[in-house]
Ligand binder design. Structure first.
Ligand code: ADP
Length: 476
């Protein structure tokens, strides 16, 4: 039973389900209920009723804070099991699963800490002293939280924590390939004391469950992380009642390496930036622009290091890179590599299947890639780095911005001035200098251009689940 509606576990009425596959072995690890519009409606009604009767919001705020902290504690108490489940469903290396689950727990502490601390304002109004004016921050209502498969547990936490902190109720919809661990999350949420009906879980196909949530008139807000194509569909489907949308979509993040870069920092930085999670991250630094003086040395060093990455089952303790999520994703990535070959790129390392079971792809570095090749223009979402040399920094900046995406970017240089110049010039929501990874809950995360709408993280991420109300009182 993978649906949780109004505090009750159930299966889809139709009895339909699909298998969850371990991407490292191709074996089935469990069955996931395929809900239909009926279950979506029941979950939305439960969340709506819970919102209207204020069963969550009426709890005194210190109690809600305690519950949020108890969720974090509950996650940490079972961290090892959750991490192993995450590896079995998603394929990521165990050390990474531990880190992402632990990060999910921290999201509840970070946003739990905000409860009771976000206030409206009071102020004068021009109409004069006879009026008292203030603003209120109120929860937006019922939120649909649609989660992708590339960091399933952590990304569910990144949405659920601010939604609960804001006082919303929620319907959580995990991705088809990674639904099972989400069930553990909602169980912990309930054990910590969140009342039944406040958080509901509906598993199933995106085209059915996700679509029904997007169209449902009783959903007030959608927080979605996924592909730009699905994001566009959501905008259309949700227009009926003008849902508030937070969209964290695709990316094709540029990485610019200048001649003066420190190779010791740059090589692991660039490689980690693309190969982490087998390249299945929206922030992956997938386009490398390296200056001519450092290009050959850098590509060689990247290729050497990439070819030595330990690829394997995430449960093996030496594994540095796991499989990609599914046969479909495997075929898509291999298709991109093939298209690169047809467009004349040089495959410096990788480019092939790794092993003969599961969905493993060798860490791949493509060099001398034409600026208009598909592997440069489109998001591959796999362990594939496309590299191009440049002479002139202005050209590199122009090419970095020559993309419909604007999620992230990075520059490697010893020059503070050049680093700052590039960080200002690249149109992206997150930018790293001499690195490609760390960020924090307080830092807004999201994209320019077709990488999305709005920001998750920080106060902005919390306010995305809130409305503002202006109240004006006549005193005399
Ligand atoms: P991918 O193509 O990599 O699977 P998606 O953007 O399609 O990425 O998936 C991200 C999430 O969006 C998943 O939970 C998926 O089920 C859901 N989804 C897919 N299609 C739709 C849709 N039409 N409406 C709403 N959600 C969808």
């Amino acid at each position: 039973m993978t649906l949780l509606i109004d505090g009750k576990y159930m299966d889809a009425d139709s009895g339909e389900s699909f298998q969850s596959i371990n991407p490292a072995t191709g074996e089935t690890i469990g069955n996931v209920s395929a809900a239909g519009a009926r279950e979506v409606d029941a979950a939305v009604r439960a969340a709506r009723a819970a919102f209207e009767d204020r069963r969550w919001l009426c709890l005194p705020y210190p109690q809600r804070v305690k519950i949020m902290f108890a969720i974090a504690d509950g996650i940490e108490a079972t961290l090892e099991d959750l991490a192993v489940n995450e590896v079995r469903e998603n394929g990521m290396p165990l050390h990474m699963a531990r880190a992402t689950i632990s990060n999910g727990a921290e999201a509840f502490r970070y946003y739990g800490g905000w409860i009771g601390k976000l206030h409206g304002q009071t102020g004068e109004i021009a109409a004069g002293e006879a009026f008292h004016a203030y603003t209120l921050k109120e929860p937006v209502g019922v939120a649909a939280l649609i989660v992708p498969w590339n960091g399933p547990f952590m990304l569910a936490c990144h949405k659920l924590a601010p939604a609960l902190a804001a006082g919303c109720t929620a319907v959580l919809k995990p991705a088809e390939d990674t639904s099972l661990n989400t069930l553990n999350l909602v169980q912990i949420v309930h054990e910590a004391g969140v009342p039944a009906g406040v958080v509901n879980l509906v598993t199933g196909l995106g085209s059915v469950v996700g679509q029904a949530l997007a169209e449902h008139p009783d959903i007030d807000k959608i927080s979605f992380t996924g592909s730009t194509a699905t994001g566009r569909r959501l905008i259309e489907a949700s227009a009926g009642n003008f849902k508030r949308l937070s969209l964290e979509l695709g990316g094709k993040s540029p990485v610019i390496v200048l001649d003066d870069a420190d190779l010791e920092l740059t090589v692991p930085g660039v490689l980690g930036g693309i190969m982490n999670n087998s390249g299945q991250a929206c922030i992956s630094g997938s386009r490398l622009y390296a200056q001519r003086g450092i290009y050959d040395k850098l590509i060689q060093a990247l290729a050497d290091r990439a070819s030595k990455l330990v690829v394997g089952n995430g449960l093996d303790k030496n594994t540095q890179m796991g499989p990609v999520i599914s046969q479909k994703q495997f075929d898509s990535i291999m298709g991109y590599i093939q298209s690169g070959v047809e467009e004349g790129v040089e495959v410096v390392t990788g480019g092939k299947r790794h092993g003969d079971a599961g969905f493993f792809i060798q860490p791949t570095v493509l060099s001398h890639v034409p600026a208009d090749a598909r592997v440069v223009r489109e998001e591959i979402f796999g362990p594939v780095l496309s590299a191009m040399p440049f002479e002139d920094l202005d050209w590199a900046i122009k090419e970095a911005n020559n993309s419909r995406y604007g999620l992230a970017g990075a520059v490697y240089t010893r020059s503070i001035a050049k680093a700052q110049r590039v960080s200002r010039a690249v149109r992206a929501g997150t930018f790293w200098i001499n690195s490609h990874r760390p960020t924090d809950f307080w830092m807004p995360f999201g994209g320019y251009k077709e990488s999305g709408w709005g920001r998750e993280g920080g106060i902005q991420g919390l306010e995305a689940y809130m409305e503002s109300k202006s109240v004006i009182t006549r005193l005399y």
